[in-house]
Structure formats: C-alpha cells, structure tokens
Design a protein around this ligand. Structure first.
Ligand SMILES: [Zn+2]
Ligand SMILES: [Zn+2]
Ligand SMILES: [Zn+2]
Length: 158
C-alpha cells in the first residue's frame, strides 16, 4: 500500500529543510518526496548496469530499458505548511493528468461544470489507480480539470 500525504521534515534535524513540509509517499515504512514535490532535474547513469547497456549491445538491462540512463529526481525545497505542499502536488497532478486515458463500456454523464452530456472517455489522475473523471470532448481539457479536481489531503492506494 502507498500512503500519500503531506509530511513534515523533522524540525530537529540538521538539514536545511528541517521543519518544512512536502508531499510524500510511504510504503513499507519508507518515506520519500513524491508527486509535485519530487521533480526531474536531469538524467544520470543507470545504477542497474552502471550505464554500460548504452554502449554495449551485449548488456541487457531491464531497469533502464538498455538506455544506460535514468531520470534524476530531486525533492523541492519544501513548504511552510501542509496545505502548501498539497497545493504543490495539485499543480503537478493537473500538469500530469492523462486526458483520454481510457473509455468506459457504458456511457456516464460528463463531470464538466453544468454539462451532464453522456460520454465514455475519462481522464485519470497520475499514479492513482482509482481516480478518474468522465468528460465529454468539450470538457476533456486541463481547464476543466482545474475547476473540478479538488486539492487532495492525502490518499491510500495500491
Ligand atoms: Zn513541493
Ligand atoms: Zn541499466
Ligand atoms: Zn462535458
């Protein structure tokens, strides 16, 4: 299980981000910055193959798809309140929403503001298995998601 929510860096720790809040995930008692509070800053050599799979066709690496590289991620500087951390994650969710992520078998009503047309396509929250919004073609866009997608205080998913 993944437990996503804003968490505070120990205020007594010696790191520069002591007492700051970030959107984090916890799985198997391990905690790390996730969602909006973890951003890609570049690429680094894949630790699985040490970058070797890029040069040598004989090295096959599943970790990096034999590209020899993987994305390098760093946590954001942190926030003063849990609400700000949740907001940061929300911005990231809006940016990473998958529009037309799939289709329902039976048409359901569009969740766009004052719409209610029948639609089958849905948009999906990144990383979250359950979250999705049914939207008609007119509302399948980021502007609509900004209006209807609430800021999450936390979530539990597999
Ligand atoms: Zn952040
Ligand atoms: Zn590799
Ligand atoms: Zn609509």
């Amino acid at each position: 299980m993944n437990y996503e929510q804003p968490r505070q860096v120990d205020p007594k720790s010696n790191s520069p981000d002591a007492g700051k809040w970030r959107w984090t995930n916890m799985r198997d008692k391990k905690v790390w910055a996730s969602g909006g509070c973890l951003s890609k800053v570049g690429e680094e050599a894949c630790p699985g193959c040490g970058g070797k799979s890029e040069e040598s066709p004989n090295v096959v690496c599943i970790d990096c798809g034999s590209s020899g590289k993987r994305g390098k991620y760093e946590p954001c500087p942190g926030h003063d309140t849990p609400e700000e951390a949740a907001q940061h994650n929300w911005e990231w969710e809006i940016d990473h929403f998958r529009l037309n992520a799939g289709k329902w078998v039976d048409p359901t009503r569009c969740q766009g503001p004052k719409c209610g047309r029948f639609a089958t396509a849905f948009a999906k929250v990144p990383g979250d298995v359950a979250g999705g919004y049914t939207l008609c073609p007119r509302h399948m866009n980021t502007e609509t998601l900004r209006l209807i997608h609430p800021v999450s205080g936390g979530s539990i998913h597999s």
